[in-house]
Design a protein around this ligand. Structure first.
Ligand code: 5AD
Ligand code: SF4
Length: 460
């Protein structure tokens, strides 16, 4: 990069992000990669030289939503004043990866399409897109993590007290409903030294809590300086040594990869938060098998038992799909039973919808929409009952709360409990950034209300 490119800092990029936390992280890294080439971020599409949609493919009709958004952006571009500056339109993320060619054909206004494996080449792709339409959705052999710039300090600070850090990407599990193995490709883990360096940089910039990200984060197996592969548990021990970093979280996990080392880390490390998102998808062994989940309901419950032995106050979260092909009333009753047995603190639930190219889409025993809707409603009622009970159980406890930001009303600040619940507190905003003991005095639907017990900063 030449100094000249640094000083001509006139270009602006507008990024709209859809979907999961991994996409939020990726958008930040695209911003970082472009910053070295004279682009600064903007929230105003009107002043953008480059508009990027970072798309998600997991929800139904995701691609259709992208096409209609592209139509709006094209109209916006066409309706600008004559002589307005050039504006390139790019599509990134999983829809780009899955439907790159189709996007190029269906949306002639698009200048650039690239998948998650190409983010480190973004500046080069943008430069090419200035001359010709560009599509880059291959899965290259090179390590994209190795090429991404380190997070920019000034950008990192504006990310606040909490930050995401991708440690692993892709998935080799091939659950029969899921597009991720096709859009994000085979599983890759970042080397340990890179993860530690990024975590240190974040801590130095004032970040107090990091969430390690990966589609299958507990399958992490990064190589350390001695050439040894280490798992997520061992990585957490190393991260816990970083001064200033007070809290570590990770998401999303697969039950099969919940190994002893990770469970031991939950037992040993105060910094590793007692909250685990461990999707089970269904409580029926027949459906779990059809989903290719590679575990039974009993095995899942046995893992939960071991985790609770290591960390009795662990808050559990999960994902569920209702109406997977072939799901009977009886299978669904097993799912409700699973929710009751685990007593989730929170959980996400979805109606099954087909994803082209996945085995589930080819199955002929699809469940009618009305049945799916009915089951979803029943499941959500069950989950809500457990969530409410979990929150009610926190009233009267004193919990360490990371005070994160100003609250909705003046004189209020908002933070997070170790169990990821939002906590609203009447307190001065000068306390933001600290972790203080907070007595929980009440609860709302999805949050808690508390008062600070003492202004003494808790040792972490
Ligand atoms: N239909 C419904 N839900 C799905 N998910 C993934 N693919 C599908 C699909 N085809 C859900 C799973 C996953 C979460 C991120 O999205 O529950 O854990
Ligand atoms: Fe998709 Fe998760 Fe299954 Fe991988 S483990 S295929 S990301 S649902």
């Amino acid at each position: 990069m030449s100094d000249a490119s640094k000083t001509t800092n006139a270009k602006k990029v507008f990024i709209k992000t859809y979907g999961c936390q991994m996409n939020v992280y990726d958008s930040d890294r695209m911003t970082d990669a472009l910053a070295d080439h004279g682009f600064s971020p903007t929230q105003d599409m009107g002043e953008a030289d480059l508009v990027l949609l970072n798309t998600c493919h997991i929800r139904e009709k995701a691609a259709e939503k992208v096409y209609s958004e592209l139509g709006r952006i094209r109209d916006f571009r066409n309706e600008r004043e004559p002589g307005a500056k050039k504006m390139l339109i790019g599509v990134a993320g999983c829809v780009a990866q899955a439907e790159g060619e189709e996007i190029m054909a269906r949306a002639p206004a698009v200048d650039l399409v690239f998948g998650p494996q190409s983010y480190h080449r973004l500046p080069e792709l943008v430069a090419r897109a200035d001359r010709e339409r560009v599509i880059d959705t291959d899965f290259p052999e090179e390590d994209k993590f190795a090429h991404l710039p380190a997070p920019k300090k000034e950008v990192t600070i504006s990310r606040g007290l909490t930050a995401f850090l991708t440690v692993q990407e892709g998935c080799d599990k091939f659950c029969s409903f899921c597009v991720v193995p096709y859009t994000r490709g085979a599983e890759v883990s970042r080397p340990v030294a890179q993860v530690i360096a990024e975590a240190r940089a974040l801590a130095d910039a004032g970040v107090r809590e990091i969430t390690l990200l990966g589609q299958n984060v507990n399958a992490y197996h990064g190589v350390d300086d001695k050439g040894r592969q280490i798992g997520l548990g061992e990585l957490c021990y190393l991260l816990a040594e970083i001064e200033g970093l007070a809290r570590i979280r990770y998401t999303t996990s697969h039950p099969r990869d919940m190994d002893d080392a990770l469970i031991a880390a939950h037992r040993d490390l105060d910094k590793l938060m007692p909250y685990l998102h461990l999707p089970v998808q269904s409580g029926s062994d027949t459906i779990l098998k059809a989903m290719n989940r590679r575990h039974t309901a009993a095995q899942y419950l046995e893992i939960i038992d071991r985790i609770k032995q290591a960390r009795p106050d662990m808050a559990l979260s999960g994902d569920f799909i209702v109406g997977f092909p072939g799901e009977t009333d009886r299978d669904f009753a097993d799912t409700l039973d699973m929710v009751k047995k685990v007593g989730y603190a929170s959980a996400f639930s979805f109606k099954y919808s087909t994803r082209p190219g996945t085995p589930g889409a080819e199955m002929d025993n699809q469940v009618p929409e009305a049945v799916k809707a009915e089951r979803l409603e029943a499941l959500q009622a069950e989950i809500t009952a457990h969530q409410t009970a979990f929150n009610a159980g926190c009233v009267g406890l004193t919990l360490p709360v990371l005070l994160e930001k100003k609250g909705r009303n003046p004189g209020q600040i908002a933070g997070r409990s170790p169990y990821l619940q939002p906590v609203h507190i009447e307190a001065d905003e000068s306390l933001i950034g600290q972790i203080l003991p907070v007595e929980i005095v009440d609860r709302a639907k999805n949050s808690l209300v508390g008062t600070i017990v003492t202004s003494k900063v808790q040792a972490v």
